[in-house]
Design a protein around this ligand. Structure first.
Ligand code: EPZ
Length: 421
């Protein structure tokens, strides 16, 4: 198993290029299940979760060829199975994204239930009830969602009880191939959801309301969509994480290939903490500050502050001058990094879903263990600001969603090495 060895207290400088967004690429890859012939996806991040979904598609009979490490060509013309096995789904919850497309195209499928995960229970009831409204018969058998709709799915009026990102994506893809018109209310507006809609609209699916929380989608009546080349949007969470690396070392760094429009809530919090931000086309520079102020954060759906940046800002709040408060509203167990940060000398007090971070104490290096993707990046950030050399173990979590993290950080001047236990 690999771990990262990080020497703290160094300043960073220079530029780092942001990769394509994992959470945009995943639904786009799943959407090739409702498309015919070759589909070429560019700016695919070279991370483990993408390979997991590609393997799942190959198991279903699709052809997936990486033309290089960032370009993926997929052809789903010869799919010969509609069963997404436990072995793959358990590795990555986002595998559930094949449910809507498979059911809409073939009228039946079996997808393993993803189960709970480190950050919370994460049910998929909203995905399932929406598909039922579209005419699916759904049973849970031996840990699998067994879904049938022999005559295909039909349009329906669906109001999501809660905003769900992958739930919205699943139903958008299902609706694109359904018979008739689907109206979705309380849809997620995350840039990744918007890109999926834009890609589908671009290839001729009628979608009204893109970028709002109400969508009207006219289905193709099970006619597969002919697609064009797709270019994945930049990863706003990776972008925010590198800006945090600049902030926590109080250094000037620039990220390139970023979309500042997707980062408004995050950039606002840097400003509130005292950091200057400069935006120049697809480049964002963070500037050091004399006094790092504490911050108040409530995680919520886009365009609010993303839960996927909560752990990184908690690490950053540790060096602020005062008490910061973070209210995690989306996931009930997304504070797993707190006990690891405490091992580095952090004073963080939890009260249910609210964390109070007593900043200003110097962090010290320690051996720490990654628990989930974003928690891992918070530990790396804290290590950059600590006295001494830290080791971050179980970095397979990081590899799921951050492309070449240690190479990119080293390019910025961090003293970081990937080593084998
Ligand atoms: C997506 O997960 C992201 N994953 C997550 O990123 C992200 O943290 C999350 O959205 C919130 O922004 C991908 O895009 C692949 P949700 P998703 O359904 O879709 C509840 C990362 O680090 N809910 O929007 O699974 C749920 O429990 C990952 O890259 C139901 O109750 O999240 C949660 O409290 C981690 N029933 C809330 O809604 C449902 O059927 C939002 O979850 C579905 C969700």
């Amino acid at each position: 198993m690999f771990y990262l060895e990080i020497e703290g207290n160094s300043k960073l400088s220079g530029e780092v290029a942001i990769s394509g967004a994992k959470n945009a690429a995943l639904p786009l890859i799943a959407s090739t299940l409702i498309m015919k012939d070759d589909v070429v996806l560019e700016n695919i991040p070279n991370v483990a979760d993408i390979k997991t979904l590609a393997t799942l598609l190959v198991n279903l009979g699709a052809k997936c060829d990486f033309l290089d490490s960032h370009i993926l060509k997929i052809n789903t013309n010869n799919i010969n199975s509609t069963k997404a096995n436990y072995d793959i789904v358990r590795k990555m919850r986002a595998s559930i994204l094949v449910l809507g497309p498979l059911l809409a195209r073939f009228g039946h499928c079996e997808v393993s239930l993803p189960g709970g995960c480190a950050i919370g229970q994460r049910p998929i009831d909203l995905h399932l009830s929406a598909l039922e409204k579209m005419g699916a018969n759904i049973e849970i058998k031996q840990g699998y969602v067994v879904a049938t709709a022999p005559n295909g799915l039909h349009g329906a009026d669906i109001v999501f009880d809660k905003i769900t990102v992958t739930g919205s994506e699943n139903i958008i893809m299902a609706a694109a191939l359904a018979h008739g018109t689907t109206r979705l209310t309380n849809v997620a507006k995350e840039p990744e959801v918007v890109q999926l809609c834009e890609v589908l609209a671009d290839v001729g699916v009628y979608i009204e309301g893109i970028g709002t929380n109400e969508l009207t989608i006219k289905g193709t009546g099970q006619n597969l969509i002919t697609s064009k080349n797709i270019r994945v949007i930049p990863d706003r969470i990776e972008a925010g994480t590198y800006l945090c690396a600049g902030a926590i070392t109080n250094s000037k760094i620039t990220i390139t290939n970023a979309n500042a429009n997707h980062l408004k809530a995050i950039l606002t919090k840097f400003n509130e903490m005292g950091f200057g931000i400069e935006i120049n086309d697809d480049k964002i520079t963070i500037l050091p500050t004399d006094k790092i102020k504490p911050v108040e954060i409530v995680t919520t759906e886009y365009p609010g502050f993303p839960t996927d940046m909560q752990a990184q800002f908690m690490a950053l709040a540790l060096i602020a001058d005062g008490v910061s408060v973070i209210d995690e509203r989306l996931f009930e167990n997304r504070f797993m990094h707190v006990s690891e940060l405490s091992r580095m000398g952090a004073d963080i007090r939890l009260n249910g879903h609210i964390a109070s971070i007593y900043g200003g104490e110097k962090l010290n290096a320690a051996d720490v263990m990654a628990t989930d993707l974003r928690a891992s990046s918070a530990l790396v950030l804290a290590a950059l600001a600590s006295d001494g050399t830290s080791k971050v173990h179980r970095i397979y979590h990081l590899d799921r969603g951050y492309e070449n993290l240690e190479i990119k950080l080293a390019e910025l001047g961090a003293k970081i090495k990937r080593l084998e236990e």
